[in-house]
Design a protein around this ligand. Structure first.
Ligand code: TMP
Length: 224
């Protein structure tokens, strides 16, 4: 059993495909570093060697026959490894951890998207997380059809592995995911900040930075 002391601060980014969260998380990491904070930027699925191998299986479009329960368990397995290898050590050393997707994605995609019972997902999430939970979650709200076409363009332009199993899902699936995120943000409004994803990249980034800097606990503040 790993020991969670959590001196740091845990921020997750969520949103549908093509919402711009990966750009925004990188920009926030740069701004926080400029303020003197130690940050750890990571992502799910993946973030460490074993979880990256699971990511390759999960996102490979050739695995279109994967059952929803296999998919859920692979996300949970990747998360268990990532939490103990990366997130807990970074939080214990006092870093601000910025994670591109976390447990909310499993609720949105595997419960709202795939239809798996939420209770099953909550149990697996709690085993994988070992007591770690986001202090703050930034949800970048974006119309799924706009996001999906952006994501498909990015895949076409990329020379890396085609991680497109979810981009090949139909629009109804992505609308269910989007609804799931909105419901989570309403249920847990104390930790969610919902940001409109249609504005200019720099404007969104400034908005996020202002909100985040206002919430970081004072004992973590270096320069602010
Ligand atoms: P990414 O495109 O943001 O890197 O995320 C990879 C895909 O994995 C994305 O389509 C959402 C999906 N996903 C889930 O279905 N469940 C999860 O728990 C996570 C973390 C991601």
């Amino acid at each position: 059993m790993i020991r969670v002391i959590q001196l740091g601060y845990f921020i997750t980014f969520e949103g549908v495909e093509g919402s711009g969260k990966s750009t925004q998380i990188r920009l926030l990491a740069e701004r926080l570093a400029a303020h003197g904070f130690s940050t750890t930027l990571t992502r799910e699925p993946g973030g460490c060697p074993i979880a990256d191998k699971i990511r390759a299986i999960l996102l490979n479009a050739e695995n279109s026959d994967m059952s929803p329960m296999t998919e859920l368990m692979l996300y949970s397995a990747a998360r268990a490894q990532h939490v103990s290898d990366v997130i807990v050590p970074a939080l214990n050393s006092g870093n601000i951890v910025l994670c591109d997707r976390f447990c909310d994605a499993t609720v949105a995609y595997q419960s709202f998207g795939r239809g798996i019972d939420r209770g099953v997902i909550d149990i697996l999430n709690s085993h994988a997380c070992q007591g770690v939970a986001p202090d703050l979650t930034i949800l970048i709200d974006c119309d799924p059809s706009v996001g999906l076409s952006r994501a498909r363009m990015r895949i076409e332009a990329s020379s890396g592995p085609r991680e497109e199993r979810f981009e090949l899902e139909n629009l109804e699936f992505h609308h269910r995911v989007s609804k799931g995120y909105q419901q989570l943000a309403t249920e847990q409004s104390h930790r969610f900040i919902v940001i409109e994803g249609d504005d200019k990249i720099e404007e969104i980034s400034t908005l996020i930075a202002v909100q985040v800097l206002a919430r970081i606990p004072e004992d973590l503040c270096v320069i602010c």
